[in-house]
Design a protein around this ligand. Structure first.
Ligand code: PGA
Length: 249
């Protein structure tokens, strides 16, 4: 089983206007050119920025991703964006099933799976997010919850070349709190075993939730952690770059 090199993906969420955003990724691309880190890098900005950032990142080591996609290819879905549109705008990744989409838009596992399948259909790598709430963790249900989400959110045909799984405990997102390294290792080990049992053992497993420069090195060194999905800290180039440079050699 060979796992590709780590992926550090920045999820900008609903943040960023064009001038700042272009400057930010131009800076990031220049750092990557001068001193390529030992990881794959992606930036997932709001859809309004995709074309501008695709232009700024053209030919660079930094890939582009969308934060969500619709399950359908096109049609009467006001306000949505399709996977083909993301690909057309220069994306190679699409985040699906982020807990904020699950909470704010009522997205549930079968829909997440359909979105991941749509991403695959457009040639995108789906970053499928899952993770337990604090109440579920307190009830010692975390492993069961992520197991169910993994089973129901991954479409048939998911493999290392088209899928990344991001474990993001909801209570760690944007809170500054992180699980212990032992807790991360436990969940990632569980997910790895489930993927292996399904012949998908080389799918990368990212950790997400309050990753920052001060904890990235320790988290990225945990067994079965193959990168990070970074929210708040991805908005500052210095922080995001420091996280990218924290990947184990
Ligand atoms: P955070 O967000 O790094 O700000 O906690 C992570 C995410 O939601 O992907």
């Amino acid at each position: 089983m060979t796992i590709q090199r780590p992926l550090i993906a920045g999820n900008w969420k609903m943040n960023g206007l064009r001038r700042d955003a272009v400057a930010r990724v131009t800076d990031l691309a220049a750092r990557a050119r001068a001193d390529g880190p030992g990881c794959d890098m992606a930036v997932c900005p709001p859809a309004s920025l995709l074309y501008s950032l695709a232009e700024a990142l053209d030919g660079s080591a930094v890939a582009l991703g969308g934060q969500d996609c619709h399950m359908a290819e096109s049609g009467a879905h006001t306000g949505d964006i399709s996977a083909a549109m993301l690909a057309d705008a220069g994306c190679s990744y699409a985040i699906v099933g982020h807990s904020e989409r699950r909470a704010d838009h009522g997205e549930i596992d079968p829909l997440v799976r359909a979105k991941a399948e749509a991403a695959h259909g457009a040639g995108l790598i789906a970053i499928v997010c899952l993770g337990e709430s604090e109440a579920m963790r307190d009830a010692e249900e975390a492993l069961d919850v992520v197991q169910g989400q993994l089973k129901q959110s991954l479409p048939p045909g998911a493999e290392a070349d088209n899928t990344v799984v991001a474990y993001e405990p909801i209570w760690a997102i944007g809170t500054g709190r992180t699980p212990t390294l032992e807790q991360i290792a436990e969940v990632h080990g569980h997910l790895r075993a489930l993927l292996e049992a399904n012949g998908q053992g080389d799918i990368r497993l990212l950790y997400g939730g309050s990753v920052k420069p001060s904890n990235a090195r320790d988290i990225l060194a945990v067994a079965n952690v193959n990168g990070a999905l970074v929210g708040g800290a991805s908005l500052a180039v210095d922080d995001f770059w420091a996280i990218c440079q924290s990947c184990p050699d």
